[in-house]
Design a protein around this ligand. Structure first.
Ligand code: ATP
Length: 209
């Protein structure tokens, strides 16, 4: 089964677009949600506490995501340490999940930092949701009711939109100038064609063998 990465910077519209793929019947794995889930995994939690100290615990003895974010989004090496704990777990979880998605032509892994994390190595093709920084910041301010500087602070750890556009196999423009659903449907059709072609190649290869 083809594995498709869906990426885009904060506020670009990944979640909205992965929702359209889900409506088309494709399974969607949300890597950012998985990362958050692993903060509750006892082994991962322990490792994070060893690295960042018990000061990041809430009164309920859970990791305070806000405290952790404050540390890692102001200290790039600390972010690297956190990522080195979380990313391998997410990759294993994704592989397990992907192995259970039989019967679908392709599946989607949605992740903000697909290139930065190396998750792209798990995928056959990458779709990038492209949106200018100013529009994305505006959307996140409205969505999360936070100030623009906090959004910018997180964005600085993500590759520039132009760079992701260059690296991706498919690009969806979500800057309000083009309708999104026709773009998704066009990519969907192209991916279905690739799936059919690959299946034919496998069948031919098997017949030739
Ligand atoms: P994050 O990485 O922060 O999770 P995201 O890339 O998943 O962000 P979304 O949550 O899908 O982005 O979109 C950000 C906000 O912008 C949401 O409130 C969404 O409803 C809104 N939005 C997305 N696309 C559009 C659009 N084309 N027009 C107007 N609003 C949009």
């Amino acid at each position: 089964m083809l594995k498709i990465g869906l990426t885009g910077n904060i506020g670009s519209g990944k979640t909205m677009i992965s929702g359209i793929f889900a409506t088309l019947g494709l399974p969607v794995y949300k890597a950012d949600e998985a990362s958050r889930k692993f903060l509750y995994d006892p082994v991962v939690k322990n490792e994070i506490l060893k690295q960042f100290g018990y000061g990041i615990l809430t009164n309920d003895r859970e990791i305070n995501r806000r405290s952790l974010a404050t540390i890692v989004f102001t200290d790039p090496p600390a972010l690297q340490v956190l990522n080195s704990i979380l990313h391998p777990q997410v990759i294993l979880d994704f592989r397990n999940w992907a192995a259970q998605q039989a019967g679908k032509p392709y599946l989607i892994m949605e992740a903000a930092i697909i290139f930065e994390s190396g998750y792209n190595a798990e995928c056959d093709f990458i779709i990038h949701v492209s949106c200018p920084k100013e529009i994305a910041i505006d959307r996140v301010i409205k969505r999360d009711r936070i100030d623009g500087s906090s959004v910018l602070q997180r964005m600085q750890f993500q590759l520039e939109d132009e760079e992701k556009t260059r690296l991706a196999h498919f690009v969806i423009r979500n800057d309000g100038t083009e309708l999104v659903i026709p773009q998704v449907l066009s990519i969907h059709q192209q991916l279905l064609k690739i799936c059919t072609q690959r299946n034919d190649d496998v069948a031919t290869g098997a017949a030739d063998a």
